[in-house]
Design a protein around this ligand. Structure first.
Ligand code: ATP
Length: 424
């Protein structure tokens, strides 16, 4: 189970070991089924766009290795994906729904899987993919943990999701780079108090200021997050009418429209993208200079992922949030997160944060302390085996992971004094 901040390169972190493992096993004998294919590795991701992006990356990484990568996701014609599969597949990247379909049609067998990676694992379970994931991992023909290597990656890992996910893993290592659930301090975070009725004019002011400062267009894209699909369409229309070419991405658009919108945004043709949470996770779009939380999410982890669309791979970025009385439950976790990532916290937000708990039970930060990352097994309530078992592989030689001291900061996510952190 591995946690690292947004934009820090988790895709490569799970793709390289898989590709190198497969290169060693390339001549393995696979059963011959009429039209069934037997991939050696499976990478699951929550959204179609993310699985497509992982596929592109994995293909680049496996260039000239002979390792074959195929992607399968819903909303796109299945026949073309079936043809791709028939040409051979070592690594299958998929969204859970489409994969279940392929398994039920007996076009894919998981019998030979040696590597299983779940990207944005917490989001997949949170999105209601649990039945599909359990089916894929536990009820089909996938080899058990131990025979296969299982990897779960995300920038956030709430405790409940860790509990569920641990069913797929045996005696695993929890590895945290940086503070789990925290954001990188490469992103400058601003929070502004904006009444609901003033949001549009406030956004317009921000966009005009960007244009005036030359921070607009192809080299500096703006991603605006809203809460609802309807709200996304309405805001796009309004921006367009006011001279700002924008497009939208949300779950009610067809897959073709979603892909077109992403391309148009990436190319700078429409340098503003209005999005719902479907674009919050994993998407790696170069030149996103500004993320605006027009509507703040209810969950602080979602905020972390959203702002993580900027400030990637060592680049800096800006994130602006519009806060008002509808977001009171977020005041405390937001103030904590900002403080932790060395941001200036407005006095009014600190005041909201210090008042009564607004009942934001969901907003307990997954990483609230110095080393933030909490492996849920450290909590007293969880007693399965001895604690030593859980930390196999963690010792002072963990610096071998090669994270530079001043880089991502942090290390293994333990705050327990009995466990040596790479950074203690
Ligand atoms: N070692 C590296 N040197 C330079 N760039 C890198 C390196 N590793 C990854 N990158 C680049 O950093 C960017 C972010 O990587 P990636 O999308 O894997 O991040 P992530 O950790 O999965 O983020 P998220 O949590 O948002 O999904 C990509 O453009 C990737 O190509």
């Amino acid at each position: 189970m591995a946690c690292a901040q947004t934009g820090s390169g988790k895709t490569a972190a799970f793709c390289f070991p898989i590709i190198s493992g497969i290169m060693r096993e390339q001549y393995v004998q696979r059963p011959r089924g009429a039209r069934t294919v037997y991939p050696l590795a499976l990478i699951l991701a929550p959204t179609r766009e993310l699985s497509s992006q992982i596929h592109d990356e994995a293909k680049k990484f496996s260039y000239q290795t002979g390792v074959k990568v195929v992607v399968a996701y819903g909303g796109a014609p299945i026949n073309q994906q079936l043809r791709e599969l028939e040409r051979g597949v070592d690594i299958l990247v998929a969204t859970p729904g489409r994969l279940v379909d392929l398994l039920e049609r007996a076009r894919v067998s998981l019998q030979m899987i040696r590597y299983l990676a779940l990207d944005e694992a917490d989001r997949m379970l949170d999105m209601g993919f649990e039945p599909q994931i359990r089916k894929i991992v536990q009820q089909m023909d996938m080899p058990p943990p131990g025979v296969r290597q299982t990897m779960l990656f995300s920038a956030t890992f709430p405790k409940e999701i860790q509990k569920l996910a641990s069913d797929f893993l045996a005696n695993y290592v929890f590895l945290a780079v940086g503070r789990v659930g925290s954001s990188t301090d490469l992103i400058v975070q601003r929070v502004e108090y904006v009444h609901e009725s003033d949001k549009r004019s406030h956004l317009m002011d921000l966009l005009h200021a960007q244009v005036a400062n030359g921070v607009h267009g192809k080299q500096s894209l703006t991603l605006v997050f809203v809460e609802t699909k309807k709200g996304a369409d309405a805001l796009e229309h309004w921006l367009y009418m006011n001279g700002f070419p924008a497009t939208t991405i949300h779950g009610d658009r067809t897959q073709q429209e979603r892909e077109l919108a992403l391309r148009s945004f990436k190319s700078g043709k429409t340098p503003i993208l209005v999005a719902t949470d479907v674009a919050a996770r994993g998407l790696d779009i170069p030149h996103v200079a500004h993320v605006v939380n027009f509507d703040l999410p209810n969950d602080i982890d979602d905020y972390v992922h959203r702002i993580g669309r900027t400030g990637r791979a060592g680049k800096s970025g800006l994130a602006t949030a519009f806060f008002n009385e509808n977001n009171l439950s977020l005041a405390r976790p937001l103030a904590e997160l900002m403080q932790e990532s060395n941001q200036e916290v407005p006095a009014w937000l600190t005041r909201y944060a210090s008042r009564a708990n607004y009942g934001g039970g969901k907003n307990k930060r997954s990483g609230g302390n110095r080393f933030g990352g909490r492996d849920f097994r450290r909590d007293g309530s969880f007693t399965r085996g001895t604690s030593n078992d859980f930390y196999s592989g963690v010792n002072s030689s963990s610096n071998a992971y090669g994270v530079p001291g001043g880089g991502y900061g942090g290390g293994y996510g333990y705050s327990n004094p009995g466990v040596t952190s790479a950074w203690d």
